[in-house]
Design a protein around this ligand. Structure first.
Ligand code: SAH
Length: 368
């Protein structure tokens, strides 16, 4: 039994079931035993691999997107480049390297990082040693916003999928929140006896009225996007939100546990598997718009990377490193092809009113 499972069991026995959101947040961010708090989960040896770890092209293209955005904003003399949940820090290191030829950008930028994990902060500091910009770390978005100045250019890759979600189940007598309790001596889903609030009932019922249907709602995602979008609205700037997810709100269960590059049971090893949920991009767009910002896309990741020049970048990389031609081609395919990360992963932009971020020229906007 993992140390976190012992904690969860004793909570269930002494206090009662946890909500799915509480379970998710304990598993990921318990100060001592949370998944992200003590370990480095990325890469071949870890549990999963993210786009910046697949190829340097990903961070480089985002860095050049940040330069183009800064220029389109009128090249402000001070601004904040903010990244949410940078993992090992690879994306930011590649972005700053690609941007380093643009002296005025480098002179104007201060990098701000939001990261809750002390172990990952140490790793990020190592990765960003010698980078061309000064960097400050913050445990949460509010402190990063308070400490930074000027317009914001924000990058968030696979950050929102780690924020807690609530799940609701359609029963004979309406929608009830799902919880985590004990069934026959094991951790398992339970259904709360009391019915969910009226507004949750009516939201869920619009999506399905099938018995057993599940709807996921993430107030944490809405809060983070709202806070970010209102800062962008008042200070100016734009954000790129990249994640796997869906565009149109729908019933369905997407909470998943991954360990050693494979799916595992949600209750098999609490604190030792990554827990994520697909992002509801309609809800993200809605939160941005309610805060007064404009939302663009989401574009499919393959489309966004195509618009920012990945094909040319891959060609050039292969020419300068002929020995790595196959590896570059494989990474290019993995990031962009529809049957790989090209379609499931999506890129949504949040922008100050009246500003169309680079690459989003003719992008459709999902309705909230
Ligand atoms: N962007 C990186 C890592 C994604 S994993 C990449 O693409 O490789 C999620 C990251 O978000 C980790 O760095 C994790 O520690 C951080 N994180 C998750 N929830 C967080 C929260 N509530 N506050 C701050 N950081 C968080």
């Amino acid at each position: 039994m993992t140390p976190l499972e012992t904690l969860v069991r004793s909570h269930v026995e002494n206090v009662g079931p946890l909500s799915v959101a509480e379970y998710m947040s304990l598993c990921l961010s318990h100060p001592e035993h949370g998944y992200y708090m003590a370990r480095e989960p990325f890469g071949r040896e870890g549990d999963f691999i993210t786009a910046p770890e697949i190829s340097q092209m990903f961070g480089e293209l985002l860095g050049l997107w940040a330069v183009a955005t800064w220029q389109a904003l009128g090249s402000p003399s001070r601004f904040a480049l903010l990244e949410l949940g940078p993992g090992r820090g690879t994306l930011m290191a590649d972005a700053l390297r690609a941007a380093s030829g643009h002296e005025a950008f480098i002179k104007a930028v201060t990098v701000h990082i939001v990261e809750m994990s002390p172990a990952l902060i140490a790793q990020q500091q190592k990765t960003l040693e010698g980078a061309s910009a000064t960097t400050q770390w913050h445990a949460a978005l509010d402190s990063a916003l308070a400490a930074s100045e000027g317009p914001l250019i924000v990058l968030a890759n696979e950050f929102l999928d780690a924020l807690p979600i609530h799940q609701f189940v359609r029963t004979e007598d309406g929608w009830h929140e799902r919880g985590v309790g004990m069934v026959e001596g094991k951790l398992a889903f339970i259904v709360n006896e009391s019915a969910a609030d009226d507004d949750v009932q009516s939201y869920c019922e619009q999506l399905s009225s099938d018995s057993g249907a599940i709807v996921e709602i993430s107030p944490a995602v809405v809060a983070v996007v709202g806070e970010l979008a209102s800062a962008i609205t008042s200070r100016g700037g734009a954000a790129l939100i990249i994640d796997y997810g869906y565009e149109v709100s729908a019933a369905g269960e997407t909470l998943q546990a991954v360990k050693g590059h494979d799916y595992t049971d949600l209750f098999a090893s609490p604190g030792e598997a990554d827990l994520t949920a697909h992002v509801n991009f309609g809800a993200v767009a809605g939160a941005a718009m309610r805060a007064g910002a404009t939302s663009f896309g989401p574009l499919a990741q393959g489309d966004f990377l195509g618009r920012t020049g990945i094909h040319q970048r891959a060609e050039r990389l292969a020419e300068t490193n002929p020995l790595h031609r196959d590896a570059v081609a494989a990474a290019h395919a993995r990031l962009t092809l529809p049957n790989q990360m090209g379609t499931l992963f999506k890129v949504l932009a949040v922008a100050q009113p009246g500003f169309t971020p680079p690459a989003f020229g003719s992008a459709q906007t999902v309705s909230a």
